[in-house]
Ligand binder design. Structure first.
Ligand code: TXA
Ligand code: MG
Length: 325
């Protein structure tokens, strides 16, 4: 845990319109006081994110929901009770406290109570909401350590709080409860099955909605190297084909893969929860080795496997020739 001086400093900076990076259990966030429009604009500028892409407002507890959401349906309360603090974001109809700067002018606001003790302590001391996207440049791999943040954003942020590696490792699951029919806008650190169990009904995944979810752009979470997806059983064959074309190939996958000894493997375990925890760090490590292409093994499409497959698919998607960051 951090020393109290750093927490004081963080809160002082946030009160004064500063922008800080802070740990959450999913990924590190780039945080500003959600009610300070200038500070929120700086978050967009540092990320290089289009101003129309809304931010998640982080709260100290579910008791703050009414200040930000003008309608809190019973299903939202049930999910909040079951999973907050934790890797769940609820999209609800906003109050005027959620400004256009945060919501991108939409009539809804995304709200989350994070599970990391450092984030929670900062929120408790601040008393208000923190607008915080992942602390990476737009379109790039999200950070799961303070070191990742420093590498990406350097001196652009006023302070980086170090709370150790994120334990979940992928972003929160976003559930839209702003209409009658709940839907998952982004699979993430909370399994869809858990959401469905608490709501007692099926909740469709609707990643291509009219709402601007930047994690839902086809190409996102992208390393420099190309990424090729493979079911574990086909990975060795993909590696052989790519190497036959003269490419320098790295592999993201579990230990039991049988690969030529000279091929570098970056350990992404078979278990989806373990894979989620290390995925972004392994993508960064592999990318730093300068491989032309990374063959990424897909976990099964259940539990957190859905989020891992989603992020890998976006990392593998065709890139805009002029990166947007
Ligand atoms: O785990 C997380 O959610 C992390 C940590 C830092 O909390 N945050 C995060 O933020 O992933 P960001 O900005 O990288 O992704 C937030 C997503 C975006 O895709 C955004 O479009 C969506 O939430 N979002 C925000 N407000 C929304 C709204 N009103 N309706 C639908 N989607 C919304
Ligand atoms: Mg992000």
């Amino acid at each position: 845990m951090l020393n109290p001086d750093q927490l004081d400093r963080a809160v002082e900076l946030l009160r004064g319109g500063g922008v800080i990076a802070l740990p959450t259990e999913t990924v590190y966030g780039l945080a500003a006081n959600a009610e300070d429009e200038l500070a929120v604009r700086r978050v967009f500028a540092i990320k290089g994110r289009p101003a129309t892409h809304p931010l998640i407002v982080h709260l100290a507890g579910a008791e703050h929901l009414e200040a930000w959401a003008r309608e809190v349906p019973a299903e939202a309360r049930r999910l909040a009770e079951a999973f907050w603090p934790g890797p769940l974001t609820l999209v609800l109809r906003r109050t005027t406290r959620a400004t256009d700067a945060v919501t991108g002018g939409q009539d809804t606001v995304a709200l989350r109570v994070p599970g990391h003790p450092v984030a929670l302590e900062v929120l408790r001391r601040l008393g208000g909401g923190l607008a915080a996207p992942s602390a990476n440049r737009f379109g790039k791999v999200s950070p799961t350590t303070a070191e990742h943040v420093r590498q990406d954003l350097g001196s652009d942020v006023d302070l980086v709080l170090d709370g150790g590696p994120s334990t979940v490792g992928v972003e929160s699951t976003i559930v839209d409860l702003s209409t009658g029919a709940p839907a998952i806008l982004r699979p993430g650190g909370l399994a869809t099955e858990d959401v469905e169990r608490v709501l007692g009904r099926e909740v469709p995944v609707r990643t291509s909605s009219t709402v601007r979810v930047s994690g839902s752009l086809a190409s996102h979470y992208a390393p420099r190297a190309g990424v090729v997806l493979a079911e574990p059983a086909e990975a060795a064959e993909r590696v052989r084909e790519l190497r036959a074309r003269g490419l320098n190939v790295g592999v993201l996958g579990p230990a039991h893969l049988v690969l030529p000894p000279e091929v570098a493997r970056f350990d992404v375990p078979q278990d989806a929860g373990d894979a989620a925890r290390v995925l972004y760090a392994r993508l960064r490590e592999a990318d730093a080795q300068g491989h032309d292409v990374l063959v990424a093994c897909l976990p099964q499409a259940q539990g957190l496997g859905l989020a891992v497959r989603d992020r890998l698919a976006r990392a593998a998607a065709p890139r805009d020739p002029t990166p947007s960051h």
